[in-house]
Design a protein around this ligand. Structure first.
Ligand SMILES: Cc1cc2nc3c(=O)[nH]c(=O)nc-3n(C[C@H](O)[C@H](O)[C@H](O)COP(=O)(O)OP(=O)(O)OC[C@H]3O[C@@H](n4cnc5c(N)ncnc54)[C@H](O)[C@@H]3O)c2cc1C
Length: 338
């Protein structure tokens, strides 16, 4: 069978597109398979942490959005603000991010094919999916990655209560230049400024968490007269694991490679970093499996720790502790943001 490209990317979400751009910049020919057309939307808090911006910059992508100068934890009148030390992150609507990545990929000669990839198969000389063949395949097909399952790499997620998230947009001037995180009894409400008259509200919690009460008791007043600009969209459960992130000629990147939780707002920065080290591995760099562990370690350790505390009787003490110990709180935020 003839070869269609050096690299097939399965999944044209932000991480798949970032991986495709990385691969083109490394001189490889790339085809991306993505079933959804147009700027693709998805449930997300839409906060690009400061460390995501240089990763996008090296890809030649600079999406419009609103500056995020820090993180503001809030609970029952207690406020713990941390200002990012090395400059702001950015709140960017997912459709804007997707369009910017897709435009850049097309401009570099990436071929974007509207198709659901099925039937991944590999042999000594190549890998096929969706009827196309290449030397390598980067699977960036999301949290519930069909590729991960088809390759037998799916592993049970963590035990305990499963967590989910939803998001919705509102037409209202942002009232804070920090990402606000309101901790209620059983949910976390994230408010992200995205533009002059646009905020995103994301709510995370365990199945059965009272989302309406969480929104009403935290940002209900702010949103009282604000026009909803999108329907609610959800995703989860979050805890997803892969036995390994490379099997022969297939490398898992982004949420497909395993995910802990959105509680630290990290998925995009981490996914772009994974795309970078995956393509480096294809072009003679360090082995992906080891690099993946290295770049994801702080996220895996700190996010598991925070989810553990959030799901325990310690939950009510998290914001007061952040307010009382600003250096510890700041160190954790900084470790995750870059
Ligand atoms: C409520 C919520 C809030 C979040 N907040 C933040 C935040 O503030 N900041 C942050 O950085 N991260 C956040 N995240 C995490 C972030 O959204 C993800 O980490 C990110 O979307 C991962 O990107 P991805 O490209 O790996 O996967 P996805 O964005 O899920 O893209 C996967 C793509 O694969 C495609 N696909 C699936 N199956 C196939 C197939 N068989 N063939 C071809 N294509 C296929 C899908 O159509 C999709 O377009 C949040 C997540 C949630 C749920």
């Amino acid at each position: 069978m003839s070869r269609d490209a050096d690299v097939l990317v399965v999944g044209g979400g932000p991480v798949g597109l970032a991986a495709a751009i990385e691969a083109r910049l490394a001189g490889l020919s790339v085809v991306v398979l993505e079933p959804r057309e147009g700027p693709v939307d998805k449930a997300c808090g839409e906060g690009l942490m400061p460390g995501a911006l240089p990763l996008l910059e090296r890809l030649g992508v600079d999406p419009e959005g609103a500056p995020l100068v820090g993180v503001s934890y809030r609970s029952r009148g207690v406020v713990a603000d941390h200002r990012f030390e090395g400059g702001p992150g950015r709140g960017v609507r997912r459709t804007v991010l997707h369009a910017a990545l897709a435009d850049r990929a097309r401009a570099l000669g990436v071929s974007l094919v509207t198709c659901r990839a099925e039937g991944i198969a590999q042999d000594a000389s190549g890998v096929t999916a969706g009827g196309l063949r290449a030397d390598w395949l980067l699977a960036a097909d999301g949290l519930h990655s069909p590729a991960r399952r088809a390759l037998g790499l799916e592993r049970p997620g963590p035990t305990g209560q499963r967590r989910f998230g939803i998001r919705q947009h509102f037409e209202v001037a942002p009232w804070n230049d920090h990402i606000e995180v309101h901790w209620t009894r059983d949910a976390e409400v994230y408010v992200t400024p995205l533009g002059p008259d646009l905020v995103g509200v994301a709510v995370l919690g365990v199945q059965g968490a009272d989302i309406e009460a969480a929104i009403a008791s935290t940002v209900g007043e702010r949103l009282r007269d604000a026009r909803p600009l999108s329907d609610r969209r959800g995703a989860g459960p979050f805890g997803q694991r892969a036995a390994r992130v490379q099997l022969g000629r297939v490398l898992l990147v982004g949420d497909a490679s395993g995910y802990v939780d959105a509680i630290t707002g990290e998925g995009l920065r981490l996914g772009f970093e994974q795309a970078r080290v995956a393509v480096a591995a294809l072009t003679g760099g360090r082995p992906y499996e080891r690099e993946w562990r290295r770049v994801t370690r702080p996220f895996r350790v700190l996010t598991r720790g925070l989810v553990g505390a959030a799901s325990s009787p310690l939950r009510g003490g998290i914001v007061p502790l952040a307010a009382r110990a600003p250096r510890l709180y700041g160190a954790v935020v900084e470790r995750l943001a870059r």
